[in-house]
Ligand binder design. Structure first.
Ligand SMILES: Cc1cc2nc3c(=O)[nH]c(=O)nc-3n(C[C@H](O)[C@H](O)[C@H](O)COP(=O)(O)OP(=O)(O)OC[C@H]3O[C@@H](n4cnc5c(N)ncnc54)[C@H](O)[C@@H]3O)c2cc1C
Length: 235
C-alpha cells in the first residue's frame, strides 16, 4: 500500500473564480523526492455517495530542486467534489497524500528537440517538466511549450504563466493554441516548427491522443510520453 504522507497549505493565490495556486509544505520536513512532471494523489477526506474515498491527482508545477515546499494549481470543475474541496483549502489546511507518482516524467537530462504539450489543465504537468532538473541539465536543441486551451475555461492567465516559468525559458518558445468552439482542432500552425524527437503530452486524454497521432505522422520515430488527466479512455 502507498505510504501516507501529510502536507499543509502555507499560501494561496486566487487566480480567478475557478482557480487557485496552493503553496504547500510537507509536514514532517522530509523531501518529497519528486521529478518535474510528477504528481501527488491527495485524499480529500470526502467520500462519494457510494462510499468511495475522493482521492484526486494534482501535478506539482514548481521546481524539483525544492523538495519540501511545492506548488499546485487547482481548477474547480462544476459540481466536482475533489476540485471544489481543494479549491477552497485555507492557509493552514492539512491534507494527506501519496506519491510522487508519474513514470512518464523525465528521469534523465533531456536532449534533442523537445515539445512539452499541455491541453487544458495539463499545463501544470508541463510547467513541472519545464521547471525540472531534466530540462535544466539537458542539452536541448529546441524546446517548445505548447498549450491547447478552450476560451471557455479560464485556468492560469498567461501573465501568471510567464511568472511560473523559469527565468531562462524563452517566452518566444511558448505557443498558445485556442480550441475552436465548433469544429476540430487544427495543428497546421505547428507545421513550420522543427519537429520533436520527444514530446511530453498532458491534460485532456482525447486531445492528447489527437496530438500524439499527429506527431507520429510527422516523425515516426518520435518518443511520446502521455499523462491523461481526464478522458483517460478514448471516447
Ligand atoms: C495525473 C493527473 C494529474 C492531474 N493534475 C491536475 C492539476 O494539476 N490540476 C487540476 O486542477 N487537476 C488535475 N488533475 C485532475 C484532478 O485529479 C481531478 O480529476 C479534477 O480536479 C476533478 O476532480 P473532481 O472530483 O472535482 O471532479 P470529478 O467528479 O472527478 O470529475 C467530474 C467530471 O469532470 C471531468 N474532468 C476532470 N478534470 C477535468 C478538467 N481538468 N477539465 C475538464 N473536465 C475535467 C471528469 O472527466 C468528469 O467527467 C489531474 C489528474 C491526473 C490523472
Amino acid at each position: 500500500m502507498a505510504q501516507r504522507r501529510y502536507a499543509k497549505v502555507i499560501n494561496r493565490i486566487e487566480l480567478n473564480e475557478q482557480s487557485v495556486l496552493l503553496d504547500c509544505e510537507v509536514i514532517d520536513n522530509t523531501d518529497l523526492n519528486f521529478r518535474g512532471g510528477q504528481y501527488l494523489i491527495i485524499d480529500t477526506g470526502l467520500t462519494t455517495q457510494d462510499g468511495k474515498a475522493v482521492k484526486r491527482a494534482y501535478s506539482i508545477l514548481s521546481r524539483d530542486d525544492e523538495q519540501r515546499q511545492f506548488r499546485l494549481a487547482v481548477y474547480q470543475i462544476q459540481n466536482g467534489k475533489g476540485s471544489c474541496h481543494m479549491r477552497h483549502l485555507p492557509i493552514g489546511g492539512e491534507f494527506d497524500f501519496s506519491g510522487p507518482w508519474g513514470r512518464e516524467a523525465p528521469e534523465k537530462p533531456l536532449s534533442g528537440n523537445v515539445w512539452v504539450i499541455a491541453s487544458e489543465t495539463g499545463i501544470t504537468s508541463a510547467l513541472g517538466v519545464i521547471n525540472g532538473k531534466a530540462r535544466k541539465l539537458g542539452q536541448i536543441n529546441d524546446l517548445k511549450l505548447i498549450w491547447i486551451k478552450s476560451s471557455k475555461a479560464e485556468f492560469i492567465p498567461i501573465q501568471v504563466l510567464r511568472e511560473l516559468l523559469p527565468p531562462d525559458f524563452n517566452f518566444e518558445d511558448f505557443v498558445e493554441l485556442n480550441l475552436p468552439e465548433q469544429g476540430s482542432l487544427s495543428l497546421k500552425s505547428l507545421a513550420h516548427l522543427p519537429y520533436p524527437d520527444r514530446a511530453y503530452i498532458a491534460g485532456d486524454g482525447n486531445l492528447n491522443r489527437f496530438v500524439g497521432e499527429y506527431l507520429r505522422t510527422q516523425n515516426t520515430t518520435v518518443t511520446l510520453h502521455f499523462e491523461h488527466f481526464f478522458n483517460r479512455v478514448s471516447s
